[in-house]
Design a protein around this ligand. Structure first.
Ligand SMILES: [Zn+2]
Length: 563
């Protein structure tokens, strides 16, 4: 997701009195949280496939769903546990075609006792038929749910975006980053005048002869919150992209029929340029066998795998590219191909994903464009909570500025990535990203699968690639809330520079210093350096803005705007 100044606070929604009076029909706190610890039953199952059928009923803002979930036991297990919002009425549950009556769904955690326990290696196919009005978003994508609106031509325009609250808002799933099914098939039935682009590869559509059409899709291991429904009066734009890796990638954009065709074409023309940047910088587009897909949405944007949500209105802002499209596309690498193992590792999605915009600005327009974007980011940092806590977290805790890093995931994460790149050099930096994203240094189309990663794994990768122990770097930047501070003391001609960090650990990050215009590079061994400078000389620390560090003038400014 792309942040604006204020993020959704799930907790604020929960405490809303308006919602409290409708409590019986509202999603529970459990349903609205995402990434809470998985149950023992969930840990004992491999999620092989989710076959999801949806009938969308715009007049009543409701849906009818049939989910067929295939699991293989990895350990003995007596029940299947998934999550499904209790706002839905469940009509029937079967396991391997056998009806199950004693299922229960208190608070949205659906427990289905198996007619016979599974031994490791045995499979179960669970079918759940349900219907109801899915939770509606108040301000998508910052709070999640369904958006039911109308396009300018008056036809229904529907979108789902559930990053913060999770997949259980509309399909029975394991609402945890590690709950990805290995395959998701989608069958989306909508009024025949509308289109239903979705994740993955298009398998064709069926006219049901009753004024509705079913659109069929299949997607390889989508992120749980990346499965999304988008319905509207769309025009499909199509082209093929010849990748530098030899494969041909379908480009697809579903724009509103009412959109300005020239503006839509300009945006569509950016697709190959952005793909070229990402493939040159990181490696193969991870879903080249499916598509690079984008759909125009009534909300700003979301990283829905191979069907990214675009709601930036074709706005030009002088950057020379559409930042929203470029940001969401970054998540195909940071988020969808490589998924954080826990919400605590969300900076792996958003920090690296956000750093791709200034890098792209440089790719297109040079150094000044990159620095301008980095400076805008620098002004936002809160430094109230560490970017990574080192403990399992749910989505709301991480995204709420009162309890977690919130926007620092994005902008501090990006600035940490920038500092790391300049410290270890481009070759090591980009190799570390390739290993993080693909799990190997030599990705080619077809030789990698979507994977999970943690922050400690990334630190280990950087250590391996550089042949050094950079634990001190990540410890100071990621695990401490306060930024490292560069403290200078002058005593006559003797100048002492010292890094001060949140935990007092040595921080040997080299810095450049300009003394009356002459550049010195100080190794800062043990976090300290001494040099000489004439008493009246002007000393400028870090003239190239290469290191992220505490700046008091920014704190003074922030305090003044808060007051
Ligand atoms: Zn994002």
């Amino acid at each position: 997701m792309r942040p604006l100044a204020a993020l959704c606070l799930t907790t604020a929604l929960l405490s809303s009195p308006v919602l409290a009076q409708e409590a019986a029909r509202e999603s529970t706190a459990f349903t609205l949280s995402s990434g809470t610890a998985r149950t023992a039953e969930q840990l004992a199952l491999r999620f092989d496939k989710a076959d999801l059928s949806f009938k969308l009923l715009p007049e009543t803002q409701s849906l009818e769903g049939v989910a067929v979930l295939d699991f293989t036991a990895t350990a003995p297990v007596a029940a299947v546990v998934v999550e499904l919002d209790a706002v839905f009425a469940i009509a029937a549950v079967t396991v391997n075609d056998q009806a199950v009556a004693d299922w229960s769904n208190p608070e949205g955690r659906l427990t289905i006792p198996l007619p016979r326990p599974l031994a490791a290696g045995e499979t179960a196919s669970v079918r759940i038929a349900y219907a109801g009005r899915p939770h509606q978003a108040k301000r998508a994508p910052w709070d999640g749910g369904f958006v039911w609106t109308t396009a300018p031509d008056g036809q229904p325009w529907i979108a789902s975006a559930v990053q913060g609250e999770g997949c259980d808002l509309f399909w029975p799933c394991i609402d945890h980053p590690r709950g990805e099914p290995e395959r998701v098939d989608l069958h989306i039935t909508v009024p025949s005048a509308l289109s239903a682009p979705a994740n993955g590869r298009f398998l064709g559509k069926t006219d049901n002869g009753d004024g509705t059409t079913t659109w069929n899709w299949t997607a390889r291991q989508p992120d749980t919150y990346a499965v999304s429904l988008n319905v509207g009066p769309y025009v499909e734009m199509a082209a093929d992209y010849q990748s530098r890796f030899g494969n041909v990638i379908p480009l697809r954009f579903w724009r509103l029929a009412s959109a300005d065709p020239a503006k839509a074409k300009s945006l569509f023309d950016e697709f190959p340029q952005m793909l070229d940047f990402y493939e040159a910088t990181l490696g193969p587009f991870p879903f080249g066998d499916e598509k690079m897909g984008v759909v125009e949405t009534p909300h700003l944007g979301m990283e829905h795998q191979t069907i990214n949500a675009y709601g930036n209105g074709y706005k030009l802002d002088g950057k020379g590219y559409d930042w929203l499209l470029q940001h969401e596309l970054a998540h195909e690498w940071f988020g969808n191909q490589m998924t954080n193992a826990d919400w605590d590792d969300m900076w792996l999605h958003e920090g690296f994903g956000t750093y791709m915009q200034p890098l792209y600005a440089r790719w297109l327009n040079g150094e000044r464009a990159m620095q301008a974007e980095l400076q805008t980011m620098r002004l936002t940092l809160a430094n109230r909570f560490p970017v990574v806590s080192g403990r399992p977290q749910d989505a709301a805790t991480v995204y709420d500025a009162e309890t977690g890093p919130a926007l620092d995931l994005y902008y501090k994460g990006a600035l940490i990535a920038h500092t790391l790149r300049l410290h270890i050099g481009d070759d090591a930096f980009y190799e570390s990203l390739r290993r993080l994203v693909y799990g190997r240094p030599d990705p080619q189309p077809g030789n990698f699968q979507p994977r999970y990663a943690t922050t400690p794994e990334y630190v280990a990768i950087v250590n391996e690639v550089t042949g050094r122990d950079l634990g001190w770097f990540f410890d100071a930047y990621l695990y401490q809330a306060a930024l490292p501070e560069l403290v200078m003391a002058r005593d006559g001609e003797r100048v002492t520079l010292e890094w001060k960090t949140g935990n007092g650990r040595p921080f040997p990050l080299p810095v450049e210093v300009e003394v009356d215009g002459a550049l010195l590079t100080l190794p800062m061994t043990d976090g300290r350096a001494v040099f000489t400078a004439p008493e009246g000389a002007h000393i400028l620390l870090d003239p190239g803005s290469k290191v992220l560090r505490r700046r008091e003038y920014l704190e003074v400014w922030k305090a003044s705007t808060a007051a």
